[in-house]
Structures are given as C-alpha cells and as structure tokens.
Write a protein that binds this ligand. Structure first.
Ligand code: GDP
Ligand code: MG
Length: 203
C-alpha cells in the first residue's frame, strides 16, 4: 500500500519553482528561463524512513491569488487541485523582496480560505537562489524567525542551481505532513513491479 500526497508548489514568476522540482526529480538544471504557462503535474515516488510515498507535485503557473472557492478553482485550469493539496511549498527568491511579499499573501489566503482543521495544512516556505546570497534583502535568521514563529510554517533555504538542500526541503515537508497525519486525500495503490529507478528518491 502506498500513500499519495499532493504538494502544490506556488510562488512568483522566476523564483525557481520549476528548477527546484526538476532538480529533485531529474537532477537537471537549466540557466535558460522558460516561464511555466500551464499547470504541470509530476509524480515521483520517494522513500522516507523506510515508507514509500507517491507524490503528486503540482508546478502551479502564476496565479494572482489562492482560489477562494471550489468553483473558482474549477473555472481556472491553472489552479486545479490547489485548494485540496495535502501540503504547500511556497517559493521566493532570497534576493527579491516582492517575491517574499507574494508568498506572504498566498500563505495568508491559504489559512483564510481553507476551512476548519484543513487550514492547518503543512506549509513550507522556501528561499531559493541561496548561491546569490550576497544580494539577499533580509538576513536568513530574521526571515526564519518570522516564518517559523509568526507564520508557524517550516523554513528552508536552497539553491536549485547547485542542488543544495533540494532533497532536504522535500524531506522536511514530507516529515511535517506525515507527522500531522494529513492523509485525507490519500488513495491506496497496490505496489506492482519495480519502481522506475530515476523517479524514486530515497531521502
Ligand atoms: P519559476 O518561474 O519559478 O518556475 O522559475 P524557473 O525554475 O523557471 O527559474 C527561473 C530562472 O531562475 C531560470 O533562469 C533559472 O535558471 C534561475 N534559477 C532557478 N533556481 C536558481 C538558483 O538556485 N540559483 C540561481 N542563480 N538561479 C536559479
Ligand atoms: Mg516555472
């Protein structure tokens, strides 16, 4: 039996969402910026602490706000599956304050728009482009304290370019999700045959 967890990756354009996902799944990075125009779903398998999980990673194209209702989500193809994700990765660029403001807005909207206990969904804030840290707009410690203490979210910095802390951030998020028992959307799948080696990460 394998558990499926859907993870929506959201952030301002150009912060490195697609790069993080592709580095995690394919060990691949491109300097060339190709804006993501449509929603894309990746389905890697991972093993964490001896348990296997099927991840459904949604690479969400730029959205002006978190969908406030199921009908809005249904009408806008870009946000399909975003409201009911089991966990969120909110990415910003540590050198771009506007991208942090965007993450701040989306985090607030997730909490307001998801009802009841589902507003306690695991959220991991990710500061990407750590390799450019000389140009960062705020010290790491200050952001980390704000995100962890005030927003009650996880916080990780990474560099998709150098594959630094990319596996760690997925591990961190999955760890929080599993600990909170966020399993409402899970589907049970009987494991048959071998996994595709290049799509299974042991964390
Ligand atoms: P998205 O719009 O959020 O999906 O961003 P992309 O993943 O397409 O990346 C946008 C641009 O930032 C591309 O030119 C990437 O090469 C670059 N980029 C992504 N991650 C990093 C990183 O960690 N460091 C640096 N220096 N550039 C990055
Ligand atoms: Mg993209």
């Amino acid at each position: 039996m394998v558990e499926t967890l859907s993870i929506a990756v959201i952030g301002a354009p150009g912060v490195g969402k697609t790069s993080i996902i592709r580095q995690f799944i394919y060990n691949d990075f491109s300097e060339v910026y190709t804006p993501t125009r449509t929603r894309y779903v990746y389905r890697p398998s991972v093993i964490l602490n001896g348990n296997m999980y099927e991840l459904k990673v949604l690479d969400v194209p730029p959205i002006s706000s978190f969908p406030s209702s199921s009908s809005q989500e249904w009408l806008d193809l870009r946000c399909r599956g975003v409201r009911n994700a089991n966990a969120y990765i909110l990415v910003y660029d540590i050198c771009c304050v506007e991208s942090f403001e965007y993450v701040k807005m989306i985090r607030q909207q997730i909490v307001e728009n998801r009802e009841g206990s589902s507003s306690e969904v695991p959220i991991l804030v990710v500061g990407n482009k750590r390799d450019l840290q000389r140009q960062r707009f705020m010290p790491r410690r200050a952001v980390s304290v704000l995100v962890k203490k005030t927003w009650k979210c996880g916080y990780v910095e990474c560099s998709a370019k150098f594959n630094w802390h990319v596996v760690l951030l997925f591990k961190e998020l999955l760890g929080i999700a599993v600990a909170r028992g966020m399993r409402q959307n899970h589907t049970s799948i009987r494991l048959q045959g071998a996994l595709q080696r290049n799509r299974c990460t042991i964390m």
